[in-house]
Design a protein around this ligand. Structure first.
Ligand SMILES: O=C(O)C(=O)[C@@H](O)CO
Ligand code: MG
Length: 261
């Protein structure tokens, strides 16, 4: 049975951020994830997790100035001096919130730029070293160019080769099925091949990023396949509900009834 984590940045937007924890628990979730906690005092988030008996699957390191279009700092040479401070902030939150994984975003850049690649490798090493004592994995996620034009990490094979080359024991792949399908397709075969390095999975229907099962792939079949492969991590539900979040959860009932067959 796959372990689902509601993504509180995208789901339950009927409520303010801190109230989404109770809404997710009321809807039957036992785990959540979100993109960025940094606008809220860490103790308030910890209290909501605790009060609602929720595990935290994942959140992201600070992305730079999101409203100015920045989407991470790790592969951005001009951000080298700011990067250690961003890791320190993430570790401050993580030491209290205790997520299973932290997602490190690359930012914009080109993989044929040696300075960007060098910054990325060095910054990954720094983030892995800082999170290892907490028992937390760093995950890196290839993101498609349609949603994030110019994003540095936009290739699954390149990401997998880098993870192998760097050899950090706590560096893993964030496999987002939505991005995978848009970038390369071949979801089932690549899930099986990459399973040993996958630290976190996310899902949304392609192409509109709505509820699983509402797009071009058999998302429920893919989740069953992932389970059969022996994946034991979380699956983050990183989708934008078409309407009311709870009403849209009928797809989850279909998954559960198939799992119980
Ligand atoms: O966009 C995604 O996919 C993510 O997982 C985010 O963490 C980054 O926007
Ligand atoms: Mg994702």
């Amino acid at each position: 049975m796959v372990k689902l984590a509601a993504n509180l940045t995208m789901m339950f937007n009927e409520h303010g951020f801190l109230d989404r924890f109770a809404a997710a628990a009321d809807a039957g979730f036992t785990a959540v994830e979100f993109l960025f906690p940094y606008d809220h005092p860490v103790d308030q988030i910890a209290e909501r997790l605790d009060r609602n008996n929720l595990q935290l699957a994942l959140f992201n390191l600070p992305p730079g100035d999101w409203s100015a279009g920045e989407r991470g700092m790790a592969a951005v040479p001009a951000q080298r001096s700011a990067f250690p401070g961003s890791v320190a902030l993430a570790i401050e939150y993580a030491s209290i919130l205790k997520p299973a994984r932290l997602h490190l975003m690359s930012g914009h850049g080109r993989r044929d730029d040696p300075e960007a690649v060098a910054a990325y490798r060095d910054n990954i090493a720094l983030a892995c070293a800082a999170s290892a004592p907490l028992g937390i994995d760093i995950v890196i996620e290839p993101i498609n160019n349609r949603d994030m034009p110019g994003y540095f990490l936009n290739n699954f094979d390149w990401a997998a080769a880098l993870i192998e080359q760097l050899g950090h024991p706590n560096l893993k792949l964030q496999y987002d099925i939505y991005h995978r399908q848009i970038l390369h397709g071949d979801v089932l075969t690549s899930l099986a091949a990459l399973l040993p390095i996958i630290g976190h999975v996310q899902i949304a229907a392609v192409p509109h990023r709505h509820e699983p099962g509402s797009g071009e792939l058999d998302d429920i079949g893919i989740l069953q396949n992932l389970d059969a492969l022996g994946y034991t991590g979380f699956v983050g539900l990183e989708y934008r509900p078409m309407g009311d979040t709870v009403a849209g959860l009928v797809w989850r009932d279909r998954l559960t009834s198939m799992e119980n067959q």
